[in-house]
Design a binder for this molecule. Structure first.
Ligand SMILES: Nc1ncnc2c1ncn2[C@@H]1O[C@H](COP(=O)(O)OP(=O)(O)OP(=O)(O)O)[C@@H](O)[C@H]1O
Length: 351
């Protein structure tokens, strides 16, 4: 198969502040048209990586390439304005004394007046704000300001767009809605993007591929589904989504005996028959089944609208979570029949 050059490539880069190394050997690649995300807890180095890509931080080792061209190397750095990279920040960073129109026109100095007008109108239309072009940033809601910031970043038609926690100043509902909307806009433009965030919902809504970062390392670079159901490390299993671990004993290469019955597992390094393992069980891996003889006791319940999240205690005392349709309403203390529905589960060495 023909190998295509990634649009963005970080090849073993190192960044540091004075004596503190934030990461070394950080590598990733993003194909044209792909939306990727770096997801990690505060301080793991994701903003530093983004700033290095944008050209605001030097690198001390490795190479950053955009469209196959070196844009950062040790002692050689292409200035941010020459990189063809657009940025959207958490605080919108709009110019307060300029109208929406002028904010979006900011990066279009090379165009003549008519071209500029058309380009600004085109991008204000794309973000659905053409009717607000004469307003000032303080006359807009947070969501509208972020859409202006997006139009401003996209209008010069950059090769890559970087988004630094762009939704974290917005309330939870709007955050999810806007991240889906931004994904549609970027996909509609065929744009390549990299988002950094500590919010997994934002990452899931926007990213085709997500890299979970910890202490300056990308632990797993995968789809949201794989990170959730097939995490390669226990840290990721804990960091992404809700879940619990139950004890199991390996029966065959991909079968494990647990108190939830025999479950299929993904073979791992510990897959030696007879070994004890911890099996990751997500709430959607467990189904309510009144006909099932396996009974669990309801310990807690949290109404989530269409579903209720139950904390269930198994006969051994181990707790698992399960999502039941909210039409099934069980009181705390009730015994409910359950069964595992997952195709295959992930295991980790026991703690
Ligand atoms: N200008 C700087 N000078 C010195 N240390 C810095 C500087 N900027 C960041 N750091 C340190 O580098 C580490 C990584 O910071 P970075 O901002 O990249 O993390 P982050 O994952 O983006 O965190 P957050 O989600 O809180 O923004 C942190 O320990 C931080 O204190």
């Amino acid at each position: 198969m023909l190998k295509t050059t990634p649009l963005l490539e970080l090849d073993n880069i190192e960044c540091r502040y004075e004596e503190q190394t934030i990461f070394h050997n950080l590598s990733l690649s993003i194909q044209a048209g792909e939306l990727a995300c770096l997801l990690g807890a505060s301080g793991c180095g994701k903003t530093t990586a983004l700033r290095a890509i944008a050209g605001f931080e030097p690198i001390y080792n490795g190479t950053i390439r955009l469209n196959g061209n070196n844009i950062s190397e040790p002692n050689q750095i292409l200035s941010p304005e020459k990189r063809q990279i657009g940025m959207v920040f958490q605080d919108y960073a709009l110019f307060p004394h300029q109208t929406v129109f002028d904010n979006v026109a900011f990066g279009l100095r090379a165009l003549n007046k008519t071209e500029k007008k058309h380009r600004v109108e085109e991008y204000l239309n794309i973000v659905g704000l053409a009717h607000l072009s004469k307003r000032y940033p303080h006359e807009l809601s947070g969501g509208q300001q972020q859409r202006v910031a997006l139009a401003r970043a996209l209008a010069p038609r950059p090769a890559l767009i970087l988004l630094d926690e762009p939704f974290s100043n917005l309330d939870v509902d709007l955050r999810e809605r806007l991240s889906l909307e931004v994904r549609d806009i970027l996909k509609g433009q065929g744009m390549t993007g990299l988002l950094v965030t500590h919010d997994q919902h934002e990452a899931f809504a926007l990213g085709d591929k997500i890299g979970v970062m910890r202490h300056g390392k990308i632990l797993q670079w995968d789809s949201a589904y794989k990170l959730y159901h097939e995490p390669t490390e226990r840290y990721i299993a804990d960091f992404i989504g809700k879940g619990s671990f139950i004890k199991g004993q390996i029966m065959t290469k991909n079968q494990i005996e647990t108190e939830l019955g025999v479950v299929k597992s993904i073979p791992s390094a510990q897959s030696e028959i007879g070994n004890t393992v911890d099996v990751l069980v997500r709430p959607d891996d467990i189904l309510l089944d009144p006909d099932c003889h396996l009974l669990a006791t309801v310990k807690q319940k949290a109404f989530k609208g269409s579903e209720t999240l139950y904390t269930l205690s198994l006969p051994s005392g181990t707790q698992v979570f399960s999502l039941f349709s909210s039409h099934h309403d069980y009181p705390v203390g009730a015994q409910v029949g359950i069964r595992v529905v997952a195709e295959q589960l992930v295991t980790f060495p026991p703690t």
